[in-house]
Design a binder for this molecule. Structure first.
Ligand code: URP
Ligand code: ZN
Ligand code: ZN
Ligand code: ZN
Length: 474
């Protein structure tokens, strides 16, 4: 047999082209593109379907401890299963350093949690919460060398936030080692001030989460993160950007020649602050940071996807159960929005929402969809064998039915949350078959794979990072 698998008769789209041909796959790799390829152990007929690079979701949270005994609703089995049903073949979760723990031990712990359990490939980012000399001088450079070539830093959250000095220290390590820094940009002191004031006024319902983190909180921190990165001359990725003013900071920096990149997420396209208004604490279902804004911000984020302000579109999947005292509604969470865990699920719905609202409504092209959902994630984070349909690449493929009409509903989804914030949204276009390195994980909407099919992928340096040893530019 010449091939293990042929995907025949489909319409293939990459970040740059749309064409019709068959794909020949051997040993998990794309080895032929053409017609009349010959014999294969298995042939999948993709007539009438779109054949796309498997989705890469470069911002998901799985099995992270969340303080106060709160647990995330997805482990690596359910999180990656949900991802696979949503047309993804790789997800990028975080190894989150907790204060007082070693960064290397943290990485080992997350590997233990994930090994043998995943339905998609996974590739970890690091989160640096305690930039000690050991971390800055030893552990972080060694881990970057081992293929953990990106890390996230937080400007807010108890136990996670770095001050400006610490941001500069970790950014300097990224500069020396060629890593890419991802920044959660919100002004921590401003949030505390506003939160205290709201609570004193008795304004404790989930909807005041949005009031406690208004646009200037995000805009100011975005500006500051960019300025700090400029000071040490290192590229930076601003994650989960929610509004035009933060986008303008990115655009202004780029027009000055700085390497500043942006990510936005589904919640900023289809949710608004008013979703947090729900009675009986229902609004907690939508609490995430930055919070969903207004319709003008939604329009701005769509513009940013179309004009390149954002080069990646991620879910920021961060799943909690709603009806669970260890989830969104802890007894403490009922006393104030301050204690409601931040984050919403979305790894399975990210791509159908972007496809239907974006490609289907003419806001972005099919090529942009592929770039924003897969190719740019691979190039941004150094997944050099992933993110395109080309000879030599991993055979990570999602076959889409572009006509399939689905009304998003919790009952259809496979995540560990007991709700979806996207309930009731009608979409046209759905991923029906997901193939990971030539192995079928989801076939016609049914599970065909098994846990352990996916594994960890060490990465090269980002194409967007600063080359190691490059002289400073003038
Ligand atoms: O609210 C959010 N986004 N929670 C997840 C953690 C983060 O900041 O990305
Ligand atoms: Zn964040
Ligand atoms: Zn410079
Ligand atoms: Zn996140």
């Amino acid at each position: 047999m010449a091939y293990d698998l042929i995907i025949a008769n489909g319409t293939i789209a990459t970040a740059s082209d749309v064409f019709s041909c068959d794909i020949g796959i051997r040993d998990g790799v794309i080895v032929a593109l053409g017609h009349d390829l010959g014999e294969a152990a298995e042939t999948i007929d993709a007539s009438g379907k779109l054949v796309l690079p498997g989705g890469i979701d470069s911002h998901v949270h799985i099995a992270q401890p969340s303080g106060d005994g709160i647990v995330m609703a997805d482990d690596f089995a359910s999180g990656t299963l949900s991802a696979a049903f949503g047309g993804n073949t790789t997800v990028m979760p975080f190894c989150m350093q907790e204060k007082g723990t070693s960064l290397r031990e943290t990485v080992k712990d997350y590997h233990k949690l994930s090994e043998g359990r995943c339905y998609t490939d996974v590739s970890f980012h690091l989160v640096i919460s305690e930039p000690t000399e050991q971390v800055l001088g030893q552990d972080l450079p060694a881990l970057i060398e081992d293929g953990y070539t990106s890390f996230k830093v937080f400007m807010t959250y108890d136990g996670l936030a770095l001050n400006d000095r610490q941001m500069l220290e970790v950014m300097s390590v990224a500069r020396e080692t060629g890593a890419l820094v991802m920044v959660h940009a919100e002004n921590d002191d401003a949030i505390r001030f506003l939160t205290d004031r709201l609570e004193r006024g008795g304004q404790i319902a989930p909807k005041f989460h949005g009031t406690s983190r208004p646009i200037p909180v995000e805009r100011e921190a975005t500006h500051r993160a960019i300025s700090l990165a400029e000071l040490v001359d290192v590229p930076v990725m601003i994650v989960h950007v929610s509004n035009r003013e933060a986008m303008e900071e990115i655009q202004r920096a780029r027009s000055r020649g700085l390497k500043v990149y942006g990510e936005t997420c589904p919640q900023y396209l289809v949710l608004t602050e008013t979703d947090m208004d729900g009675l009986n604490m229902e609004g907690a279902k939508y609490v995430c940071s930055p919070p969903p804004r207004d319709t003008a911000s939604q329009i701005a984020c769509w513009e940013g996807l179309a004009n390149g302000t954002f080069n990646v579109f991620s879910s920021d999947h961060c799943p909690f159960r709603y009806d669970d005292p260890a989830g969104k509604l802890t007894p403490k969470g009922r006393t104030s929005f301050r204690w409601v865990p931040n984050g919403i699920p979305g790894v399975e719905t990210r791509l159908p929402i972007l496809f239907s609202e974006g490609v289907g409504k003419g806001r972005i092209t099919l090529n942009q969809f592929v770039a924003l959902s897969s190719t740019n994630h691979a190039r941004t984070y150094g997944l050099t064998k992933k993110g395109s349909i080309a000879i030599g690449m991993d055979a990570d493929i999602a076959i889409w039915d572009p006509q399939r009409q689905v009304t998003i509903s919790q009952s259809l989804l496979h995540h560990g949350s007991d709700y979806t914030p996207y309930e009731g949204i009608a979409v046209t276009g759905w991923p029906v078959t997901t193939i990971l390195r030539g192995q079928v994980v989801i076939r016609d909407g049914e599970l065909a794979g098994k846990p352990g099919q996916g594994g960890h992928v060490a990465r090269e340096r980002s194409q967007l990072a600063r080359p190691v040893g490059a002289p400073p530019h003038a």
